[in-house]
Design a protein around this ligand. Structure first.
Ligand code: SME
Length: 215
């Protein structure tokens, strides 16, 4: 994105696709996030910027919440817990560009004080096993509460996975009243996880917990 570019979230997005000849000359002429996203997704000179731009920009709340029915479909068609975790991480990573790293950690069946990395999308992490008394992951699993960190660099619990990570959400997964794992998402965007992201992630964790209970 051009330094100083101004994006106004409140104004409505363009309804039609724009040709490159209609594109504003400068990014700070964009009147809405939707327009900016649409412009960089258009074919032509700006199209190469699309993937990079999309991974750096916030997505609207509406986009997060509208994914709930698709998540429900993933859960109802899953053949196994691993299969459901795999399809959920792939789904989130693909649909929500600011979800740069998406993965599950599950309680080690042979050590209830340890989380073990499960299916994930994003860069490989050195944290394949996390004790329950360490990290933001450990805090969420041991408290049984969702943890949202707007700026990981100010949180002393944070275990670094990537220098690019700015914010993180970790949502516990419950089965039969016990924490069995968690959904962990990192973003390169500061404060990327608002109330609608929390709702979406908690819904995903709930679906996985229910699936585990019944299989
Ligand atoms: N940041 C996490 C560690 C896991 S990585 O983000 C994938 C934590 O602080 O527990």
């Amino acid at each position: 994105m051009v330094p100083g570019a101004r994006i106004e979230l409140a104004t409505p997005a363009f309804s039609g696709r724009r040709s490159t000849s209609e594109l504003p000359r400068h990014a700070n002429n964009f009147s809405s996030l939707g327009a900016a996203r649409q412009a960089v997704n258009s074919p032509g000179i700006f199209s190469f910027l699309g993937p990079c731009f999309n991974r750096c920009m916030p997505t609207t709340a509406q986009e997060s919440v509208s994914l709930i029915p698709e998540l429900d479909k993933l859960a109802s068609s899953a053949a196994s817990g691993d299969g459901l975790m795999n399809s959920m991480v792939a789904f989130f990573h693909e649909k929500l560009p600011r979800y740069n790293w998406v993965g599950f950690y599950m309680i080690d069946p042979s050590d209830s004080k340890m989380l073990v990395l499960g299916p994930f999308r994003g860069a490989p992490t050195p944290h394949t096993r996390i004790p329950l008394n360490q990290g933001i992951c450990g805090a969420a699993a041991s408290s049984g509460e969702t943890v949202v960190v707007d700026d990981v660099n100010t949180d002393p619990r944070y275990l670094a996975c990537s220098l690019e990570t700015k914010s993180e959400i970790v949502v516990p997964v419950f089965a039969k009243g016990k924490v069995v794992g968690e959904l962990d998402i990192d973003s390169h965007v500061h404060a990327a996880f608002g109330p609608d992201d929390r709702k979406l992630c908690e819904h995903a964790a709930h679906l996985l917990g229910k699936f585990i209970e019944s299989h």
